[in-house]
Design a protein around this ligand. Structure first.
Ligand SMILES: Cc1cc2nc3c(=O)[nH]c(=O)nc-3n(C[C@H](O)[C@H](O)[C@H](O)COP(=O)(O)OP(=O)(O)OC[C@H]3O[C@@H](n4cnc5c(N)ncnc54)[C@H](O)[C@@H]3O)c2cc1C
Length: 323
């Protein structure tokens, strides 16, 4: 099935989001023969920089530069895409706040299938697109299919596809006039940055991440000891912040920090997509969890099935001896 494939590029401060290359990889795995087009929307010189950056990966980039698009507002983007996309297009969005906001209404307006939160593709058979989704917090992989004869809107989960390598010399096509005169009732007010803490976990190369599996606040000293022995920095999942055991600046995830370590040791973390969504740059993940079916093991290179409280003192001692 030949298809027009489009990927919506998220960006900030003149730089494309890491999801751009993940969407390219998803598009290529879905339709290897297609030449996916990147959609870059925004305003000003930062947008030009993003369009050029993305053109190093996508064969074609459609750039929409309008002041109204300075903040990504689904209410504006939806009618614009309905206007400019050819009938039957496959639109790939990141499964982010914007993608979740934009996708359902866009599919309705395009008369296209909606396949959200996809983590893999099983291929295309006739007009049926077969995708993999995760249910029950990642414990079950669901294989679902949709009729894409009239197109599809697909949102792709962060981290599910390895980023594609930049390999194209793409053309940037200025489509800004198409975006003139857009208006919305929803209004952008301000961006509130996640609180900066006493450490900047976004710059650390070795992170020890602790989750609810640590059980009690007193057990955090076991994690601190291990991190110190490793020369690593401690970060955490959201329940640890909610319990006020660690500060918000140490939370990794979609509502916390995005980190790009080389090594990520996940202790007692189940592997919810909101947590893994904050993990970028393909780190080497070592997971410790007492549940052998914990979803984190699907993302980890090394998995250890063990009780943290028993394992951590021994592990710390062994690392101290080895250093
Ligand atoms: C809008 C929204 C935004 C969110 N944003 C974030 C975010 O930014 N970051 C984030 O982390 N979460 C976020 N969440 C929450 C997310 O959905 C999960 O609830 C959270 O990540 C779970 O944290 P956890 O893995 O520490 O806890 P759990 O899911 O409770 O997992 C604990 C794990 O520890 C294991 N365990 C228990 N005891 C032991 C033991 N003794 N030894 C070893 N293993 C043990 C268990 O088997 C389990 O796998 C968000 C949720 C929503 C709805």
């Amino acid at each position: 099935m030949a298809a027009n494939v489009f990927a919506l590029i998220a960006h900030a401060a003149g730089k494309a989001d890491d999801s751009a290359l993940e969407l390219l990889s998803a598009a290529k795995s879905l339709f290897p023969e297609a030449a996916p087009t990147a959609l870059v929307l925004g305003s000003g010189p930062g947008l030009k920089a993003v369009a050029q950056e993305v053109a190093a990966s996508f064969p074609e980039v459609w750039s929409f530069d309008q002041e109204t698009l300075a903040y990504p507002n689904a209410e504006l983007i939806r009618p614009l895409l309905v206007k400019v996309l050819p009938a039957g297009s496959i639109v790939i969005l990141p499964h982010s706040t914007l993608g979740i906001d934009l996708g359902p209404g866009l599919s309705v307006k395009l008369g296209a299938a909606y396949l959200p939160d996809v983590v893999g593709f099983d291929g295309v058979e006739g007009t049926q697109l077969k995708v993999v989704r995760q249910e029950f917090a990642g414990q079950v992989s669901a294989h679902v299919q949709g009729d894409v004869s009239k197109g599809a809107v697909v949102t792709v989960r962060s981290g599910a596809f390895a980023p594609a390598s930049p390999s194209a010399v793409g053309t940037v096509i200025d489509k800004s006039p198409e975006a003139a005169g857009l208006s919305a009732r929803r209004r952008f007010v301000e961006v509130v940055q996640a609180e900066a803490g006493d450490v900047d976990i976004t710059r650390e190369e070795v992170l020890v991440a602790v989750g609810r599996g640590i059980g009690e606040q007193d057990n955090l000293s076991l994690v601190d000891d291990l991190a110190e022995a490793m020369g690593a920095t401690v970060c955490c999942s959201r329940p640890i912040v909610d319990a006020k055991w660690l500060e918000k600046g140490r939370q990794v995830g979609t509502s916390g920090q995005t980190v790009k370590p080389k090594i990520y040791l996940a202790l007692g973390i189940s592997g919810a997509f909101q947590h893994l969504g904050g993990l970028k740059g393909s780190p080497f993940i070592v997971a410790v969890n007492k549940n052998p079916k914990a979803p984190i093991f699907q993302a980890a290179q090394v998995g250890v099935v063990a009780d943290l409280v028993e394992l951590l003192p021994e592990l710390t001692e062994q690392i101290q001896k080895a250093r």
